[in-house]
Design a protein around this ligand. Structure first.
Ligand SMILES: Cc1cn([C@H]2C[C@H](O)[C@@H](COP(=O)(O)OP(=O)(O)O[C@H]3O[C@@H](C)C(=O)[C@@H](O)[C@H]3O)O2)c(=O)[nH]c1=O
Length: 149
């Protein structure tokens, strides 16, 4: 992997078990790689490949991250990211490779059936933010990222 430089570190607290955040990404020139860890509690962390031309375009990968295990997940640029908290009072910290940009802050529906993320049973759609209740489906997104075959 090419060296990366982190420019910002974020932290978020979710009080309720089953809180879903995502799926989020920023477009160029503020596309972000994210290094995600759980500093309190536990999450199911998810990445979705948005790179047109990628053999894994539209596919997802997930991992359980816990404060106890101190494990981390690297989400490369070109992937949407989201998580579901597995226990109450969960704190997630993530370093990012580009600054936050409201204009470039974009999303994908957490429950897009074409992506079909296997969210944990505790996932609670009533805990979605207002913006995450209306994110578009993958099929309706323009091509923000492309890779050569
Ligand atoms: C992420 C971020 C948000 N904000 C502001 C915007 C808004 O007013 C408030 C809350 O932002 P959001 O609703 O986007 O927060 P949140 O839903 O926690 O967004 C995060 O979700 C996870 C899954 C990610 O992958 C992150 O990159 C980020 O998109 O904080 C910043 O000022 N700087 C930042 O870096």
């Amino acid at each position: 992997m090419a060296p990366v430089e982190f420019v910002q570190e974020n932290q978020s607290l979710s009080m309720a078990q089953g809180t879903i955040r995502g799926l989020h990404f920023q477009s160029e020139p503020f596309a972000q790689g994210k290094l995600v860890r759980c500093v309190e509690g536990a999450i199911f962390d998810v990445a979705v490949d948005l790179r047109h031309g990628s053999p894994t375009y539209g596919q997802w990968a997930g991992a359980t991250l816990t404060a106890q295990d101190c494990n981390q997940l690297w989400i490369p640029s070109g992937f949407a990211h989201g998580f579901c908290t597995l226990v109450p009072q969960t704190v997630v910290a993530y370093k990012v490779t580009a600054y936050y940009s409201r204009e470039n802050d974009l999303g994908l529906a957490w429950d897009d059936p074409d992506v079909n993320v296997a969210w944990p049973d505790v996932a609670d759609p009533t805990k979605l933010s207002a913006k995450d209740q209306v994110q578009p489906r993958l099929a309706d997104l323009p091509s923000y990222f492309e890779v050569a075959n």
